[in-house]
Ligand binder design. Structure first.
Ligand code: SF4
Length: 327
């Protein structure tokens, strides 16, 4: 297998010099109407056409585990909401699409509200979803307007339901905002998707279980109390990614970064040893265990078919079936 070091050795033998360009930060945002001509749009497995759009690039927060603030070419930049709405209308005219998937890293709550106002005032029938951060500016009234404008899912980067862990992550989120936003969003009829992780450095098993229990309660509340059956959650173990604040300053988070093997020089995630809290393997096991339990519950509840998560390792799949046959 050719590794980066052997590539460099080969270059050295060939007397090839490598220049590393300076990073150039972009401050503009491309606000041209996207062109989807040439794509076989009718061949996607969707009940009707869904097109991706964005209102901003990059992110204004700097979470300790995330590399997005250092990627996608520069600083956080956004286009006027009036232009975003215009782009949606142009795509609607050209491709007949009513459904839009916002791919912003973070679609600010205030700007979601502005978009909702534009759509509601226009009388257009659009449907959309996007990802945002918990915010004290989001209220019942705002979520109602957003629902009315056709928003049918909001994804939130929950990450943890423990204030201590959120603060260490530099998430700039408060647990009381989380409670209020989720309550108001579901009561407006908008399903939520909650992303979170297990085993952020120093996180204890009790803290991780608290987040897992909280998200289960949210899904039950969504379905049973609000009549919103489509809320979901997505989680995995914490991954220490090169370029994140944890990778740059492991001491601050009480972790030691393990050296990569010679075959892993292109891998962006690194193994680590944590001084306190869950170890990497404990976090992986807890995550796998709860994925399995979730699917077991589906089986026990009588679903005819179940989709196993793609990330299940073969040994976990084996355990799943073992558990299934003894249930
Ligand atoms: S995790 Fe989300 S909110 Fe945090 S820096 Fe990354 S994109 Fe921004």
């Amino acid at each position: 297998m050719m590794t980066i070091s052997t590539v460099f050795q080969t270059f050295a033998m060939l007397k090839v010099e490598i220049y590393k360009n300076h990073r150039i930060e972009q401050t503009f945002i491309n606000d041209t109407v996207p062109d989807f001509d040439g794509f076989a749009l009718s061949k996607y497995f969707m009940p009707e056409l869904i097109l991706p759009v964005y209102s901003s690039r990059q992110c204004f927060n700097h979470c300790a585990f995330c590399t997005i603030p250092g990627a996608t070419g520069g600083c956080y930049r956004k286009m006027p909401i009036s232009r975003v709405f215009e782009i949606m209308c142009r795509l609607n005219e050209k491709y007949g699409t009513r459904v839009f998937s916002f791919v912003d890293e973070t679609f600010e709550g205030k700007r979601m509200e502005q978009l909702a106002d534009e759509i509601n005032a226009s009388g257009k029938t659009f449907f959309w979803h996007g990802e945002t951060r918990f915010s004290p500016t989001l209220s019942t009234e705002v979520f109602n307007k957003i629902y009315q404008s056709g928003c049918r899912q909001i994804q939130f980067g929950l990450e943890s339901y423990n204030q201590r862990v959120l603060d260490l992550m530099k998430k700039n989120t408060r647990v009381d905002w989380i409670d209020r936003n989720i309550h108001d969003c579901l009561n407006a009829g908008i399903p939520v998707h909650l992303f979170f992780m297990i085993g952020f450095p120093t996180e204890t098993k009790e803290e991780a279980l608290n987040t897992l229990a909280y998200t289960e309660n949210v899904l039950n509340y969504s379905k049973q109390v609000c009549g919103v059956p489509y809320s979901t959650r997505g989680f995995t173990n914490f991954g220490l990614v090169m370029g994140s604040d944890v990778w740059n300053h492991p001491d601050k988070y009480g972790v030691s970064v393990m050296p990569k093997s010679q075959y892993e020089d292109l891998r962006l995630e690194v193994d680590y040893v944590s001084g306190t809290g869950l170890t990497l393997n404990e976090a992986k096991s807890l995550s796998d265990e709860h994925h399995i339990d979730f699917y077991m519950q589906e089986v026990i509840n009588g679903s005819d078919t179940i989709d196993l998560p793609q990330r299940l390792h073969i040994s976990v799949t084996h355990n799943f079936f073992r558990k299934l046959t003894t249930a």
